[in-house]
Design a protein around this ligand. Sequence first.
Ligand code: APR
Length: 204
Amino acid sequence: MKFTYIHGDITRGIYGAIVNAANPTLLGGGGVDGAIHRAVGPKLREYCKTLPEISPGVRCPVGGVVVTSAGGLSCLYVFHTVGPIFPAGRDPCFHGEQVSTNPKVELAKCIQGCLVSAERLGVKTIAFPAISCGVYGCPISVFAKVFWDVLRERDWNLQEVTLVLFEEVDYRMFEVTWGMLTTQKLEVEDPDPADFPGDEFDLF
Ligand code: APR
């Protein structure tokens, strides 16, 4: 499986599926959620409104994945996933927001869920945004480490995974982090947790 990361707009590529960083209502919002809803059109919100709520206002829990068609976008599916809210984050679109107690585990669940959905649907190319790295407050370096760990978990049955970074600063930060991660992989075994204070994998 090939992995690439690019600076761009996820609604403008050609992929089997694109991932949306949604909120639990699935009714759209700002950021990449707003961009995808605008690109697909009002039908997406109308369709999501028909989906059952698993609790008041919640159609997709944190870490879950809901698959919809992609309307006029040049892809087959949109995988809507709800990322965790990190301590620095908030959710302007969902008032039941809770800062996650284990955001890295929940972020990994989002990524794993989208890759499993792609395999199940026979999708061979998938594009991710930097889930939770906007209003949900995830640092790009933390996202990069979680993404790196999930991609290495097993041999995913896909041809290509693309990460689309919208902001130039995020693209540059990801580039630096990814370079360090891949170098770490080549030169040293996984670091001994005892060498790192706290529970963060301190890249800088
Ligand atoms: N293409 C790719 N990435 C994008 C695009 C786009 N068109 N627009 C924004 N992004 C990037 C942001 O720069 C950020 O790096 O997507 C990443 C995720 O940021 P948000 O969209 O704010 O998503 P998130 O942090 O997961 O917060 C989700 O925001 O939009 C609302 O409804 C959404 O309430 C939910 C919350």
